[in-house]
Design a protein around this ligand. Structure first.
Ligand SMILES: Cc1ncc(COP(=O)(O)O)c(C=O)c1O
Length: 371
């Protein structure tokens, strides 16, 4: 086992998230307050007061897992583990699945934890790249050429952070069939599953293939990153591996957190519709901003999620630019270095509309110097 690499995105956020006025870097929608949740979810004081702070179950409280299984799976709570954000799910799953020498096919770029954890465990990764030159359209044929009888797992994230790319239903089926053809595990990060624009959300792969492992989170589309709730639907042998490891890590979630999360899932459509309206408005603003700043930026419009992976035309050192933007203009943007793509920046458009507008105005000012 080798030392695990530093998580570059998390390090960047730690450095700049708390010290900037305007957030154009995060990948989620605007966060909700507890008061807003009470109103939107009908969560009463009596309910929260009735919580007794006992331990919860290792896989998660029955109510929350039932709600998750009904929304995303086959209705059976035994197929679900509720986790401390989906980052805990990623840690558990990669540790449960991967052994030294295993071959893993992975979409690239992707949330770093998926490869740094596996690399520290001695896995060999084969990369399936999304290319700006191909408008970030996933080439499933290329993925198929990488998948073989030696493949232990195929790791993907759709809709995709940071590009906003996704698969069609037919492409998803083609990919699932290819993974099933060799009996590998499909690790599917559906953090943005509920945020697609011009099409219905893709089917959850857990319901398509018995070795599919599907993850979700309340941190992105639901606007609850501070609640720290994610989940994973997985086959029994994989969940058993997660439980084994969780006994050394977080044990279980808080019953208070589980109650709020359960209500959020039961009334998901209420929460999601508020932010979907906002996101559509924000995306139109970003689209117009890109038009007005064509001199400085190029992009591929996202089809899902709340991020876009802009290419900056005249800037050689994107990390230095983002650092200056944070220090001089108080705007958080994420350099593509955090995703091994140093010509790009991740722009998140999930914040309050007025904040987004002010952030884009300041970004235009900062970019003008380079024209
Ligand atoms: C694609 C993706 N998956 C998973 C995560 C983990 O988020 P959380 O632990 O808040 O659920 C992130 C966080 O940025 C992400 O971008």
């Amino acid at each position: 086992m080798t030392i695990i690499a530093q998580a570059l995105l998390e390090r960047w956020m730690r450095q700049y998230y708390f010290d900037t006025e305007i957030d154009l870097g995060s990948s989620g929608v605007q966060s909700f307050s507890l008061a807003e949740l009470r109103e939107l979810l009908g969560l009463t004081e009596k309910e929260t007061d009735s919580i007794v702070f006992d331990d919860s179950k290792t896989l998660g409280g029955e109510g929350l897992r039932t709600a998750l299984a009904h929304r995303y799976g086959n209705g059976d709570p035994e197929t679900v583990i509720a986790t401390h954000g989906s980052s805990e799910a990623i840690f558990l799953i990669m540790n449960a699945l991967v052994r030294p020498g295993d071959e893993v096919v992975i979409l690239e770029p992707i949330y770093q934890q998926f490869y740094s954890i596996g690399e520290s465990l001695g896995a060999n990764y084969k990369h399936w790249p999304l290319r700006f030159e191909q408008r970030f359209v996933p080439d499933v044929g290329e993925a198929k050429s990488l998948i073989s009888s030696r493949t232990r797992a195929v790791v993907v994230n759709f809709p995709h952070n940071p590009t906003g790319a996704s698969l069609s239903v037919a492409q998803q089926k083609e990919l699932v069939d290819a993974v099933a053809g060799v009996g590998a595990y499909l690790v599917w990060d559906g953090a943005f599953a509920e945020m697609s624009y011009d099409s219905e959300p893709l089917p959850d792969p857990f319901n398509l293939y018995e070795r599919a492992i599907s993850m979700g989170t309340l941190s992105k589309a639901f606007g609850l990153p501070g609640l720290r709730v994610g989940w994973c639907l997985a086959p029994p042998e994989v969940l058993a591996g997660c439980v084994h490891l969780r006994d050394y890590l977080t044990l279980h979630l808080s019953p208070l957190v589980e109650l709020i999360a359960q209500r959020a899932i039961e009334k998901a459509d209420v929460l999601l519709s508020v932010r979907r309206t906002q996101i559509k408005r924000n995306l139109a603003i970003v689209t117009q901003w890109v038009e007005e700043n064509r001199e400085s930026v190029e992009w591929v419009p996202p089809v899902g999620g709340v991020c876009t992976f802009l290419r900056l035309r005249h800037i050689d050192n994107v990390e230095a630019f983002c650092d200056r933007l944070a220090r001089q203009h108080e705007v958080l943007l994420v350099p593509g270095n955090c995703f091994n793509r140093p010509q790009h920046v991740r722009l998140g458009f999930g914040s309050a509309t007025a904040e987004l507008q002010e952030g884009l105005f300041r970004l235009s000012e900062a970019l003008q110097v380079y024209r």
